[in-house]
Design a protein around this ligand. Structure first.
Ligand code: NI
Length: 169
Protein backbone atom coordinates (compact mmCIF):
# COMPACT_ATOMS: atom_id res chain seq x y z
CA UNK A 1 0.00 0.00 0.00
CA UNK A 2 1.18 3.46 -0.85
CA UNK A 3 0.24 6.84 0.54
CA UNK A 4 -0.47 9.02 -2.49
CA UNK A 5 -0.03 12.78 -2.79
CA UNK A 6 -3.26 14.73 -2.24
CA UNK A 7 -3.62 17.65 -4.64
CA UNK A 8 -4.91 20.91 -3.19
CA UNK A 9 -7.03 23.88 -4.13
CA UNK A 10 -6.48 25.88 -6.35
CA UNK A 11 -4.99 23.02 -8.44
CA UNK A 12 -7.19 23.10 -11.58
CA UNK A 13 -7.21 19.27 -11.80
CA UNK A 14 -9.69 19.25 -8.90
CA UNK A 15 -12.21 20.71 -11.37
CA UNK A 16 -12.00 17.77 -13.80
CA UNK A 17 -15.05 15.54 -14.24
CA UNK A 18 -14.33 11.91 -13.28
CA UNK A 19 -14.97 9.05 -15.71
CA UNK A 20 -16.91 5.88 -14.81
CA UNK A 21 -14.88 2.79 -13.88
CA UNK A 22 -15.26 0.03 -16.49
CA UNK A 23 -12.51 -2.43 -15.49
CA UNK A 24 -12.68 -4.12 -12.07
CA UNK A 25 -9.23 -5.68 -11.78
CA UNK A 26 -6.27 -5.97 -9.38
CA UNK A 27 -5.11 -2.45 -10.28
CA UNK A 28 -8.44 -1.05 -9.11
CA UNK A 29 -8.21 -2.98 -5.80
CA UNK A 30 -4.68 -1.64 -5.32
CA UNK A 31 -5.84 1.91 -6.03
CA UNK A 32 -8.69 1.55 -3.51
CA UNK A 33 -6.23 0.30 -0.85
CA UNK A 34 -3.92 3.25 -1.57
CA UNK A 35 -6.88 5.61 -1.21
CA UNK A 36 -7.75 4.22 2.24
CA UNK A 37 -4.09 4.44 3.28
CA UNK A 38 -3.87 8.06 2.07
CA UNK A 39 -7.14 8.98 3.80
CA UNK A 40 -6.08 7.44 7.15
CA UNK A 41 -2.64 9.07 6.90
CA UNK A 42 -4.28 12.50 6.59
CA UNK A 43 -6.94 11.69 9.23
CA UNK A 44 -9.82 12.14 6.79
CA UNK A 45 -13.17 10.34 6.80
CA UNK A 46 -13.50 10.32 3.02
CA UNK A 47 -11.37 10.60 -0.09
CA UNK A 48 -12.29 10.81 -3.77
CA UNK A 49 -9.94 9.59 -6.52
CA UNK A 50 -9.59 13.04 -8.18
CA UNK A 51 -7.95 14.22 -4.94
CA UNK A 52 -4.99 11.98 -5.79
CA UNK A 53 -5.19 13.16 -9.42
CA UNK A 54 -6.96 10.00 -10.65
CA UNK A 55 -10.05 11.14 -12.53
CA UNK A 56 -12.28 8.12 -12.05
CA UNK A 57 -15.57 7.72 -10.16
CA UNK A 58 -14.11 6.14 -7.01
CA UNK A 59 -14.68 7.24 -3.41
CA UNK A 60 -13.59 5.68 -0.12
CA UNK A 61 -15.26 6.53 3.18
CA UNK A 62 -14.76 5.47 6.79
CA UNK A 63 -16.55 7.54 9.42
CA UNK A 64 -15.60 5.17 12.29
CA UNK A 65 -12.81 5.90 14.75
CA UNK A 66 -11.19 2.47 14.49
CA UNK A 67 -11.01 1.83 10.71
CA UNK A 68 -13.94 -0.59 10.98
CA UNK A 69 -16.45 0.85 8.50
CA UNK A 70 -14.68 0.93 5.15
CA UNK A 71 -16.98 1.79 2.28
CA UNK A 72 -16.00 1.74 -1.39
CA UNK A 73 -18.27 3.74 -3.68
CA UNK A 74 -17.72 3.33 -7.42
CA UNK A 75 -19.88 4.74 -10.26
CA UNK A 76 -22.44 6.20 -7.82
CA UNK A 77 -25.79 7.81 -8.44
CA UNK A 78 -28.26 9.25 -5.94
CA UNK A 79 -31.64 7.55 -5.91
CA UNK A 80 -33.01 9.53 -2.95
CA UNK A 81 -32.16 12.90 -1.41
CA UNK A 82 -34.32 14.35 1.36
CA UNK A 83 -34.33 16.44 4.51
CA UNK A 84 -31.84 19.10 5.49
CA UNK A 85 -28.76 19.22 7.66
CA UNK A 86 -25.27 20.69 7.66
CA UNK A 87 -22.00 20.95 9.53
CA UNK A 88 -18.74 22.84 9.28
CA UNK A 89 -16.99 20.87 6.57
CA UNK A 90 -13.31 20.59 5.79
CA UNK A 91 -11.47 18.83 3.00
CA UNK A 92 -8.03 17.25 2.60
CA UNK A 93 -7.72 19.23 -0.66
CA UNK A 94 -8.45 22.60 0.94
CA UNK A 95 -5.37 24.07 2.66
CA UNK A 96 -5.06 25.80 6.04
CA UNK A 97 -7.55 23.36 7.63
CA UNK A 98 -10.23 25.74 6.37
CA UNK A 99 -13.78 24.95 7.48
CA UNK A 100 -17.19 26.31 6.56
CA UNK A 101 -20.84 25.42 7.00
CA UNK A 102 -22.50 23.75 4.01
CA UNK A 103 -26.19 22.86 3.68
CA UNK A 104 -26.74 19.18 2.73
CA UNK A 105 -29.50 16.58 2.51
CA UNK A 106 -29.98 14.71 5.80
CA UNK A 107 -30.90 11.39 4.15
CA UNK A 108 -29.55 9.96 0.92
CA UNK A 109 -29.67 6.61 -0.81
CA UNK A 110 -26.89 5.90 -3.29
CA UNK A 111 -26.66 3.08 -5.77
CA UNK A 112 -23.08 2.19 -6.64
CA UNK A 113 -20.59 -0.62 -7.14
CA UNK A 114 -17.84 -1.99 -4.92
CA UNK A 115 -14.29 -2.83 -6.03
CA UNK A 116 -15.47 -6.24 -7.24
CA UNK A 117 -18.04 -4.60 -9.53
CA UNK A 118 -21.02 -5.73 -7.42
CA UNK A 119 -23.93 -3.29 -7.34
CA UNK A 120 -25.28 -2.29 -3.92
CA UNK A 121 -27.03 0.55 -2.13
CA UNK A 122 -26.07 2.73 0.82
CA UNK A 123 -28.87 4.23 2.91
CA UNK A 124 -27.22 7.03 4.87
CA UNK A 125 -28.21 9.67 7.41
CA UNK A 126 -26.42 12.53 9.18
CA UNK A 127 -22.60 12.49 9.08
CA UNK A 128 -22.37 9.59 6.62
CA UNK A 129 -24.92 11.26 4.32
CA UNK A 130 -22.96 14.53 4.47
CA UNK A 131 -19.67 12.75 3.82
CA UNK A 132 -21.13 10.93 0.81
CA UNK A 133 -22.45 14.18 -0.70
CA UNK A 134 -19.10 15.93 -0.12
CA UNK A 135 -17.10 13.09 -1.72
CA UNK A 136 -19.47 12.57 -4.66
CA UNK A 137 -19.20 16.31 -5.39
CA UNK A 138 -15.45 15.78 -5.96
CA UNK A 139 -16.33 13.44 -8.87
CA UNK A 140 -18.10 16.38 -10.54
CA UNK A 141 -15.20 18.74 -9.85
CA UNK A 142 -17.03 20.49 -7.02
CA UNK A 143 -15.38 21.45 -3.70
CA UNK A 144 -17.32 22.46 -0.58
CA UNK A 145 -15.88 25.95 -0.89
CA UNK A 146 -17.70 26.29 -4.23
CA UNK A 147 -20.89 26.73 -2.18
CA UNK A 148 -19.49 29.81 -0.45
CA UNK A 149 -19.82 33.37 -1.70
CA UNK A 150 -17.08 34.39 -4.13
CA UNK A 151 -16.03 36.98 -1.55
CA UNK A 152 -15.29 34.28 1.03
CA UNK A 153 -13.63 32.04 -1.55
CA UNK A 154 -11.38 34.85 -2.78
CA UNK A 155 -10.44 35.70 0.80
CA UNK A 156 -9.42 32.07 1.32
CA UNK A 157 -7.46 32.09 -1.95
CA UNK A 158 -5.49 35.17 -0.94
CA UNK A 159 -4.70 33.58 2.45
CA UNK A 160 -3.44 30.45 0.67
CA UNK A 161 -1.25 32.51 -1.71
CA UNK A 162 0.15 34.46 1.23
CA UNK A 163 0.96 31.23 3.07
CA UNK A 164 2.67 29.85 -0.07
CA UNK A 165 4.82 32.96 -0.36
CA UNK A 166 5.78 32.68 3.30
CA UNK A 167 6.75 29.02 2.87
CA UNK A 168 8.92 29.83 -0.14
CA UNK A 169 11.08 32.27 1.79
NI1 NI B 1 -13.05 16.82 0.13
Amino acid sequence: MTVRTVIKFPNPNLKKISEPVTVFDENLKQLVQDMFETMYEDKGIGLAAPQIDVHKQIVVIDTSEDKSEQRVIINPRFILEEGETGIEEGCLSVPLDYRAYVKRFEHVIVECQNEKGETYQIDAHDLLAICIQHELDHLKGVLFIDYLSSLKRNLLLSKIKKEERRNRK
